[in-house]
Design a protein around this ligand. Structure first.
Ligand code: C2E
Ligand code: CA
Ligand code: CA
Length: 684
């Protein structure tokens, strides 16, 4: 056993009189228990007689042959490894209260340990027991700390019963307590914790605990250990009350995720939720329903903003009420909402589901005593498990919503690929329109309007066309609606007015006496810029006052009549005439129409097309027009029969393919020449 490299013990110096073969020869003669613990092998290498006695071993041989690893918890084993490292690095000494389990029986002793180099050079641990442990200052202090801390420190037997509760725990927990599981508000938390403990020996979680002041949130830390008194498997649990912290944090999170008005989730939450969803594997189909309230602006205008808020709040509450807990209802802003249905068990039944939701949210809403009828337009996109591109799904739902609006609102549409193509095409046009406006790729074509009494062309309607550099001439129906929706109409409308007025000035300068009629879209009419533009134009040198007519639609006349009448008066004062286009197709209030300064009613083509059946309606419009001293124009006149009927009923002016389609300015003189010599017989 002798070895030249043996280091002297720090506390136990080898006695030169004893055999040099035994490194703890001196210790063998001491009365305190001393032993050398071989950390690597979890066994005792040497022990003196008092140590053998403490460990309840008959002989030193018996003790050194014991395998200690079996009783040792993972935590203890780890700690010992750390001590070993500390001994190697620095000449450390530690004092600790240890509970030993000689033959399974617990025995608490105060141990001093330090490094000890074994004959083979490995670092072991010398353990020396100190007497009089009870009065050690460390013990006194730790006992005091345990008594006064607010942290709950508890020891439960693994079998269930409570072994120890410090005062904080005794005060907080509901007594009598039979077992550890009793403290949990949710049995699932207990189950989780026990599973984790059995796997890793320790676990930490925030859980709701039943206390004398009700359920409270605690940060729990649990460790498997052995009961120092009996050696039985036990669980040491420390717990700190984090209720205030948790409530504050939850509230902050709740507020950050919610829309203030409706309490629905907000856009940020939805986006985040969708991205989390894309990381997770979705087992079942899911659907996104995009919807908005039809004519929400009108509700606000008619009933006030508070009523508008009530509508939004009610809709949100109803949507949540008919959906499952896990479905997400979120408000993107304004009157736009998104519903996310996860785990659709029956994707085929999506129709029924959407119908059910729509029905629930569109019941009449009461704001105070006002009953408000609401309808919504919805777009639905269903997606499969494995979808990751939620921006695309949202886009699909948006396209479907757009389609619903196109088909008259108050309905819902399920997205399909063809819809996607149409939307794609539209997006391309939208893009190109921006450039087209910059490059002024627009021109006016002119269609003559003929006076039936004199046969003369008294007026022309300017109709816009888009001269697309690649696609050629594009008719207005392709791009005017897009311009209306996107707001580009305001710019395009100004361009049209500028071109039309310039042409009117040019004709006047060349001595041609002809009026020019120009279309003003509803959005353009409601734009504040319109009056400025019109004023500017009316002040250009040579502006032919009374010869430029603006065609507005009936829809423009719905709303605040006083305000509209004022606006129209201002426009007429600037020297413009005002015509109602497509008359008879809208819902303008006939009793009000006479209060507006109107110069002309253009009878919609559809009535002319249906002649003679539509005769009575046209007669009615003609009478009305005469009554307030305006000019009646029949549009879309294509046949001699239609012309005859209109002539017979004293319609003043006509416009239509029978005389000429709209033509470019280059062709215009030829058309005028032809019409002068076409043998048209003015009425006597
Ligand atoms: P609108 O104002 O009712 O214009 C009359 C439309 O009927 C023109 O179509 C014209 O070419 C067409 N039309 C004329 N006579 C006949 C006929 O005998 N039979 C038939 N079937 N059609 C006839 P266009 O030029 O394609 O314009 C379509 C619509 O686009 C216009 O309807 C108007 O609402 C809008 N639009 C055209 N130019 C402008 C513009 O500069 N600004 C605005 N805001 N809208 C415009
Ligand atoms: Ca028109
Ligand atoms: Ca028209």
């Amino acid at each position: 056993m002798g070895n030249a490299s043996i280091q002297p013990l720090k506390t136990v110096v080898p006695d030169p009189h004893e055999s040099g073969d035994d490194p703890i020869a001196l210790a063998r003669r001491l009365q305190v228990p001393i032993w050398i613990f071989d950390i690597d092998n979890s066994s005792i290498a040497y022990a003196n007689a008092p140590a053998c006695h403490l460990w309840q071993a008959e002989t030193e041989e018996e003790l050194t042959s014991r395998v200690m690893a079996s009783d040792m918890s993972a935590t203890v084993a780890k700690r010992l490894k750390q001590y070993q490292a500390d001994f190697i690095e620095s000449d450390a000494t530690f004092n600790e209260m240890w509970t030993l389990y000689p033959n399974g029986e617990p025995k608490s002793v105060m141990v001093v340990y330090s490094g000890f180099v074994l004959p083979d050079g490995r670092m072991a641990m010398q353990c020396e027991v100190l007497g009089g442990t009870e009065d050690e200052p460390e013990n006194l202090r730790s006992a005091e700390a345990l008594l006064h801390t607010d942290v709950m420190i508890t020891l439960f037997s693994k079998k269930g019963p409570t072994l120890y509760l410090n005062p904080a725990a005794r005060n907080a927990l509901v007594m009598p307590m039979k077992s550890f599981s009793d403290i949990f508000a949710f049995p699932a938390d207990y189950a989780d914790l026990m599973i984790e403990l059995s796997v890793t020996g320790e676990h930490r979680l925030v859980a709701e605990i039943l206390t004398v002041s009700g359920k409270r949130w605690f940060d729990l830390s649990a460790k498997s250990c052995l009961d120092a008194a009996t050696g039985e498997p036990a669980i040491l649990v420390t717990a700190i009350d984090v209720s205030e912290l948790k409530v504050a944090r939850d509230k902050a999170r709740y507020l950050a995720d919610r829309d203030q008005l409706t309490g629905c989730y907000n856009r940020a939450y939805l986006q985040n939720h969708l991205s989390v969803l894309s990381l997770r594997d979705i087992a079942d189909d899911a659907a996104i329903i995009f919807f908005d309230v039809d004519r929400f602006k009108t509700i606000n205008d008619r009933h006030g903003h508070e009523a508008g808020d009530t509508v939004l709040t009610q809709i949100a509450a109803r949507a949540r009420a008919v959906l499952r807990e896990e479905d997400v209802v979120s408000r993107l802003g304004g009157d736009e909402f998104v519903i996310l249905l996860e785990n659709l068990k029956h994707p085929d039944a999506i129709d029924a589901e959407v119908a059910r939701i729509k029905d629930a949210i569109t019941q009449p809403i009461f704001h105070d005593v006002t009953r408000i009828e609401v309808s919504v337009s919805m777009g639905v996109a269903v997606f499969n498990p494995g979808t990751t591109d939620f921006a695309e799904v949202m886009r699909q739902a948006d396209i479907a919503l757009y389609t619903s609006k196109q088909s008259g609102r108050d309905c819902w549409t399920l997205f399909n690929e063809a819809m996607g193509d149409a939307a794609q095409e539209r997006a391309v046009i939208e893009d190109e329109l921006i450039t087209a406006l910059e490059n002024q790729e627009f021109i006016l074509h002119y269609q003559p309007r003929r006076n039936l009494k004199t046969g003369q062309v008294v007026s022309v309607e300017g109709l816009v066309r888009w001269q697309h550099p690649q696609k050629g001439l594009i008719p207005p129906n392709t791009f005017i609606p897009i311009c209306e929706e996107t707001g580009m109409i305001e710019e395009l409308g100004r361009l049209v007015l500028e071109m039309g007025v310039a042409q009117a000035i040019a004709w006047q300068d060349s001595g041609r006496d002809i009026d020019v009629s120009l279309n003003v879209s509803p959005r353009q009419f409601n734009d504040d810029q319109l009056l400025t533009t019109l004023l500017d134009l009316s002040q250009t040198p040579g502006f032919p006052s009374g010869k430029v007519e603006l065609e507005i639609t009936e829809s423009v006349l719905i709303g605040d009549h006083e305000e509209i009448a004022e606006k129209l008066k201002t426009i007429t004062k600037m020297g413009y005439r005002v015509a109602i286009d497509d008359f008879g197709t809208g819902y303008s209030n006939l009793s009000y129409i006479s209060r507006f300064p109107l110069n002309c009613l253009k009878i919609d083509q559809s009535f002319v097309k249906q002649l003679p059946e539509s005769g009575p309606i046209i007669s009615l419009i003609l009478t009305l027009t005469r009554q307030f001293g305006a000019t009646a124009v029949a549009e879309g006149v294509e046949t001699e029969e239609q012309l005859e009927w209109l002539t017979a009923h004293d319609c003043e002016q006509v416009q239509g393919y029978l005389f000429s389609p709209p033509v470019s300015i280059d062709e215009f003189d030829d058309v005028m020449d032809r019409l002068r010599n076409d043998g048209f017989q003015p009425q006597a």
